[in-house]
Write a protein that binds this ligand. Structure first.
Ligand code: OXD
Length: 312
């Protein structure tokens, strides 16, 4: 009897669909919105934020793959078909891109690049020493998974004291670990640069709020590259306007694209980028999915299956 190929339903941007044939080898691909398919024949799904209810209508689904490192786009659907395994995308290129973005933004702030941009615009030769020495500038990571650990290592190499806050204590060389709700305020109290890389869960939604900002040292910079749902925008604007925070760098927003009339666009202390800190490359994701499907078909689980109950 001929062996049937595993069938993958891709719910992806149009530009991805054309790449699928070559990259997925022995996997049969159907594209949502383009190809007709029988829901009972779908073995796997690839998406970032599938339409709510769609996965629940696939009775033989074996696993779902996320296009990105985050899986909140799947787990915000209350009908997600537990216990179907959900696989996050983890890749060195993605971690490297995120590290580049975070180092760039942190260093623009630390090295006072905006001041020198202004001097250049005015044709002024004005030397100025660092406001705070590197070894006194504490960088704090909210969340320290693959991407966070990789990035933290680069800050350590540059001489920054680095700390992290996670659900459970983590041992990463050069990083001081804080864990659990009771250690959040002590963690925040020394974060001159706070980087949010948390998964979006019920517990972390709105964690970047007035109380968190008040616990940071005067003049701190907040960088959010996780999800817009972590941030209470009005609290951020109040903390910036009061002078308590020196600035914010935001790559993710509750509603994307960010609305034209959102005041964050024009706030003098805010840098806005359009969710580009680390972009999954289609060819790399598809090779990852091909290998993940092969693992499931052999009866194994890829190492990056998340716990769908905790989203970690
Ligand atoms: C991701 C993202 O989760 O791009 O990878 O936001």
């Amino acid at each position: 009897m001929p062996q049937t190929k595993p069938k993958l339903l891709m719910i992806v941007p149009v530009k991805w669909a054309g790449l699928a044939g070559s990259a997925l080898g022995s996997v049969e691909v159907v594209v949502e919105g383009k190809d007709a398919y029988d829901p009972a024949e779908i073995d796997y799904v690839l998406s970032f934020r599938p339409p709510p209810g769609l996965l629940a209508r696939l009775p033989n689904l074996k696993a779902a793959f996320s296009l990105g490192a985050g899986v909140d786009g799947f787990l915000c659907d209350p009908t997600y078909p537990m216990p179907v395994p959900l696989v996050r995308f983890v890749d060195r290129t993605l971690s490297a891109e995120m590290a580049q973005y975070l180092l760039l933004q942190a260093l623009i702030h630390h090295r006072m690049q905006r001041f020198f941009d202004q001097c250049q615009a005015e044709g002024q030769w004005r030397q100025r020493v660092l406001e705070r020495r590197t070894e006194e500038t504490h960088v704090g990571f909210l969340g320290l998974g693959e991407i966070g650990s990789f990035t933290a290592g680069h800050f350590v190499e540059l001489g920054f004291p680095v700390r992290s806050w996670t659900r459970q204590r983590k041992a990463v060389p050069g990083v001081t670990s804080f864990a659990g709700a009771e250690e959040l305020t002590p963690f925040l109290s020394r974060c001159d640069i706070l980087i949010c890389l948390l998964s979006l869960t019920r517990q972390t939604t709105g964690i970047l709020n007035a109380k968190t900002f008040a616990a940071l040292p005067q003049g701190a910079l907040v960088i959010n590259v996780a999800r817009g749902g972590h941030l209470i925008e009005t609290d951020l604007i109040a903390a910036l306007d009061s002078g308590h925070l020196a600035g914010a760098v935001l790559d993710v927003f509750e509603h994307e694209p960010l609305a034209q009339d959102n005041p964050l666009w024009r706030h003098a202390k805010v840098t806005v980028t359009p969710h580009v800190a680390a972009i999954s490359q289609p060819a790399v994701v598809l090779a990852y999915v091909r290998d993940g499907i092969a693992a499931f078909e052999r009866g194994e689980q890829p190492a990056t299956v998340v716990d769908v109950n905790t989203a970690y």
